[in-house]
Design a binder for this molecule. Structure first.
Ligand code: UGA
Length: 441
């Protein structure tokens, strides 16, 4: 099938690439000329395991092309995915200007019936807005071409995007049109074998499903972070509690890891956006607000432990920082706990020697050459002469380090672990002052 994808960000690029991988003829459209040129030359703008191979292979095979020409994108075929960004507005609600701009473009150029699919995470009611926009532009053109607007949210995780897209656990389709449903069944047939993963529902429910999924996961994390705070103060160990509750299949072991707070481009943005949606209709989102408040507070927890350890005296101190990205296997720094911590340390007059397996360039791009930040090439180099080690991302390479070397290189054996990577009792035996989340101190 001939498929167009507007937007070559995380969602659009991965989606386009895997649709080409299964044999569809995919054209990706982006307004960013440099990005499109890069993609044509095999340069992938994000770090995502497996993506580069798939993009290069399918581009070489002629099944995956890139263009900035929107008219060409619209003419390419009947299936038009909208996968452009929805950055948060000042008040946290999702800004739909890019989504609606694509809707306008499709309506301006279409010369045959189209199925327009919202793939971006968009607030409930967006499909109606897209429909109204397309209808308005078509009317202006004096055209009565048929079109459908479908909601088809994406559930991929950064760092596992290709695998998630190739083997989705569900394919949510929001539509009231049997023809559009049939077309999407064809698009997704290669991913829908063994058992039917398509869950078809009305458009608004599909839109809300996406937010409900992310907000439920964010809630689990904030809940566990709250329990961690309680465990610390009650003399309990949150890791034992985690094991104890996860064994109940109704709770499960997924997404109950306490830590330095959730980050990324999705949870913080989507929780905020659903709060705004609720407020906008006069509904008080008490649970969602608590989830957000807990997360904001959680990002301060490691700093508070550091300040307490040094009796508030942080001026001139140097901290080794392992982990900058908001989670492992990505170079994404959006809403990362590391940013909140570094900024608090700088504010307090301390400096940071940081290492991350993938996010060094991104950190450089965000902070440039600023006082108080030294980016180093290895995790060992970060330790040299530092007062303490702080860990904020659970990259595999941080899980079993040489503790003797850490103790030797630091001024004193002190570790602040925002991801609970090590066993507190063993760390004590090794002679470390070890601070984790919800475990003792
Ligand atoms: C999230 C969802 O997991 C995806 O299903 C969804 O499709 C995606 O958002 C999206 O809307 O596009 P992602 O943001 O890539 O995916 O990252 P997650 O793996 O969900 O992690 C989010 C944050 O939660 C990270 O900062 C992570 O460290 C934190 N986290 C996760 C915890 O603190 N504890 C946990 O137990 C799990």
């Amino acid at each position: 099938m001939r498929i167009t994808v507007f937007g070559t960000g995380y969602v659009g690029l991965v989606q386009g690439a895997i649709l080409a991988e299964v044999g569809h003829d995919v054209l990706c459209v982006d307004v960013d000329q440099a990005k499109v040129d890069g993609l044509k030359a095999g340069r992938i703008p994000i770090y995502e395991p497996g993506l580069e191979d798939i993009v290069k292979r399918n581009h070489a095979a002629g099944r995956l092309s890139f263009t900035t020409d929107a008219a060409e994108g619209v003419a390419h075929g009947p299936v038009q995915f909208i996968a452009v960004g929805t950055p948060p507005d000042e008040d946290g609600s999702a800004d739909l200007k890019y989504v609606l701009a694509v809707a306008t473009t499709i309506a301006e150029h279409m010369a045959e019936a189209k199925v327009i699919i919202d793939k971006s995470t968009v607030p409930v009611g967006t499909a109606d807005k897209v429909r109204d926009r397309v209808a308005e532009v078509l009317e202006g053109r004096g055209s009565d071409l048929r079109f459908d607007v479908v909601s088809n949210p994406e559930f991929l995780k950064e760092g596992a995007a290709v695998a998630d897209c190739m083997r989705p656990d569900r394919i949510v389709i929001g539509t009231d049109s049997p023809e559009a449903e049939e077309l999407l069944r064809e698009v997704y047939a290669p991913f829908n074998r063994n058992h039917d993963k398509m869950i078809v529902m009305d458009v608004r429910s599909a839109e809300l499903t996406k937010y409900a999924a992310n907000c439920m996961l964010a809630t689990k994390i904030s809940f566990m972070n709250e329990i961690a705070g309680l465990a610390e103060r009650l003399g309990a160990d949150v890791e034992a509690v985690r094991l104890g509750i996860g064994s109940d299949p109704r709770i499960g072991y997924h997404f109950i890891y306490p830590g330095a707070g959730y980050g990324g481009s999705c949870f913080p943005k989507d929780v905020k956006a659903l709060i705004q949606t609720a407020r906008g209709i006069g509904f008080d989102p008490k649970v969602l607000q608590a989830v957000e408040d807990r997360n904001d507070a959680q990002k301060e927890v490691i700093f508070a432990k550091i300040a307490r350890h040094y009796g508030g005296d942080l001026k001139g101190r140097v901290f080794a920082l392992w982990g900058l990205s908001f989670k492992p296997n990505t170079d994404d720094m959006r809403e990362a706990a590391a940013r909140v911590l570094m900024e608090a340390l700088w504010e307090a007059g301390a400096s940071v020697q940081a290492y991350d397996p993938e996010a060094m360039e991104e950190t450089q791009r965000i902070y440039g050459d600023r006082d108080g930040l030294t980016l180093v090439g290895t995790k060992e180099a970060a330790l040299k002469g530092a007062d303490a080690l702080v860990i904020l991302t659970e990259w595999q390479v941080f899980r079993a380090p040489d503790f003797d070397l850490i103790a030797e290189r630091l001024k004193a054996p002190v570790i602040f672990d925002g991801r609970n990577l090590y066993d507190p009792a063993r760390m004590e035996k090794r002679g470390f002052s070890y601070y984790a989340i919800g475990r003792g101190r």
